[in-house]
Write a protein that binds this ligand. Structure first.
Ligand code: ZN
Length: 140
């Protein structure tokens, strides 16, 4: 079933395109969290990060630096950039076609991404267990 990003890729819905090649389409997010806020989507439908194979990941993710540089170069007031991807409803994903938010940052832009620090409550053993558990699930 075609989602809104498939329809944009197909040209059935207009978008403010900033970059396109065989693998990705980049266009302005209508919400414009900050001016220049851009979405990068793979032209191939994958719902989220868990569905990428290495080839698709290489083809899509390798485009992020170039798009990020163009955004930064577009405005001398851009002093930073966040790259965000929400994967799964619990993570705040609302369109279930993988996408990366490139959000340029300006001085005092009022945007904040809370990153709680739980290091005080995380025991040494917990770090060891968590790391070993994730490592044991790594694909070849
Ligand atoms: Zn899709």
């Amino acid at each position: 079933m075609a989602d809104v990003f498939d329809m944009i890729v197909a040209g059935d819905i207009p978008a403010y395109k900033v970059y396109e090649d065989d693998d990705v389409l980049a266009f302005l997010d209508l919400s414009q969290v900050t001016p220049g806020h851009t979405l990068v989507v793979p032209k191939t439908h994958v719902a989220d990060i868990f569905e990428y194979d290495e080839d698709l990941a290489a083809r899509v993710l390798s485009k992020l630096p170039k798009i990020a540089r163009a955004i930064k170069a577009s405005d001398e007031n851009i002093i930073g950039l966040n790259i965000l991807s929400n994967n799964g409803e619990a993570a705040g994903q609302s369109v279930f076609h993988s996408h990366f938010h490139l959000i340029p940052r300006f001085a005092n832009d009022g945007f904040d991404i809370p990153m709680p620090d739980h290091s005080e409550q995380t025991a040494e053993d917990t770090y060891k267990t968590l790391a070993a558990n994730i490592a044991s699930h790594m694909e070849d």
